[in-house]
Design a protein around this ligand. Structure first.
Ligand SMILES: *Cc1c(COP(=O)(O)O)cnc(C)c1O
Length: 360
């Protein structure tokens, strides 16, 4: 493909990463310790939350954050169906019940309107997902009086009304999977929160449910962020704002080159700094367009063609008659187009030209 889906490169940062990894390797401290603590401080400061707890991945981050927020077996947790599968899987994995809600057609995120229909007396938490890097309207979900756990796996660096993703809900969860906006060289994740009790609970749960490594007060997880991955993240965190700005410039270039004449570009609500984890447009014949783009050397991809509530493993949580019309429509029409800090203006023009000839 002349224009790849992900225009990112860690190449310029590899020497600095290698130096840092060498230092950690020589230190002999591989599990938690100073490198993880330093990253936790730096990432908490970055998001504006008081605490950061490094964990093994973004999926366990959700399970642990929910349990630390008091969600128990059998409790209901409202999640969107239009998201990566792990959002709902992490709820089911703790024995809680994912209850699927719809999303708004323009933002592709949940809202108070879409969440409300899924609430019952058994609802114990809501997981708004900042899908593709757009920030869900967390503040308007406060009216329900329930713990709000942001799934910010796709939104490191995003903001809403002057606050960063990670500091909007009662807690937030991040993934540092290599394709995410703040990547590590493998699996990694984090929970951010300004709630001292929730932070202490999450810290216990990631270490076998123990505070002192001698007394085990609950059944937890072995889910720690590796010190080596923390070293990678400390090297790359200072790049995140520049990358996010560059992604925003690519989105502005798509607008300026007239992409909106051929597809519906992502909508950015007032007050949102979009992180453009993916640049997801909508088109009525998304798969035909994808094939036409491939013919022009332009990569594109539909990520969630089968929404989560229609996945086989979620059948027990998808009651007969569950209707999520916007989710079904977006599943059919969404299409991720090339994005990344390294995408050049002439590549943007190629994408737009390919959409022009493929979308008629
Ligand atoms: C990537 C992702 C996760 C899971 O993160 P892992 O680190 O892969 O476990 C959860 N939710 C969303 C929305 C994601 O994009």
């Amino acid at each position: 493909m002349r224009v790849p889906l992900f225009a990112t490169s860690l190449e310029p940062h590899l020497p600095a990463i290698a130096d840092r990894l060498g230092e950690v390797a020589a230190s002999g401290k591989y599990i938690l310790g100073p490198e993880v603590e330093a990253f936790e401080r730096e990432f908490a400061d970055y998001t504006g939350a008081r605490h950061c707890i490094g964990v093994a991945n973004g999926t366990e981050a959700i399970s642990i954050a929910l349990r630390a927020a008091g969600v128990e077996r059998g409790d209901e947790v409202v999640v969107p169906s239009f998201t990566f599968y792990a959002t709902a899987e992490a709820v089911a994995a703790i024995g809680a019940v994912p209850v699927f809600c719809d999303v708004e057609a323009d933002t592709m995120c949940v809202s108070a309107r879409t969440v409300e229909t899924a609430l019952t007396e058994r609802t114990k938490a809501i997981v708004p997902v900042h899908l593709f890097g757009c920030v869900a309207p967390v503040a308007e979900l406060r009216r329900f009086g329930l713990p709000l756990i942001e799934d910010a796996a796709q939104a490191a660096g995003a903001e809403r009304d002057g606050a960063r993703a990670g500091a909007l809900g009662d807690a937030a969860t991040f993934s540092f999977f290599p394709s995410k906006n703040l990547p590590c060289l493998g699996d990694g994740g984090a929970i951010t929160t300004s709630d001292d009790d929730l932070a202490a609970g999450a810290r216990r749960l990631r270490f076998h449910g123990s505070e002192d490594k001698a007394t085990f007060t609950e059944v937890g997880y072995n889910s720690r962020l590796d010190s080596l991955q923390a070293a990678v993240l400390r090297t790359l965190l200072p790049e995140l704002d520049g990358w996010t700005a560059a992604r925003g410039e690519v989105a502005a270039a798509y607008d300026a080159e007239g992409l909106g004449d051929h597809v519906a570009p992502p909508h950015v609500p007032d007050g949102v700094r979009h992180a453009y984890h993916l640049y997801v447009a909508r088109h009525d014949d998304a798969e035909e367009l994808r094939e036409a783009l491939a013919g022009h050397g332009v990569a594109a991809r539909g990520y969630y063609r089968v929404p989560v509530h229609r996945q086989p493993a979620m059948a027990p949580y998808a009651p007969d008659g569950l209707e999520l019309p916007v989710t079904d429509e977006l599943a059919r029409t969404h299409l991720a187009l090339p994005m990344g800090p390294e995408l050049e203006r002439d590549q943007v023009r190629e994408v737009v030209a390919a959409c022009a000839s493929g979308s008629t």
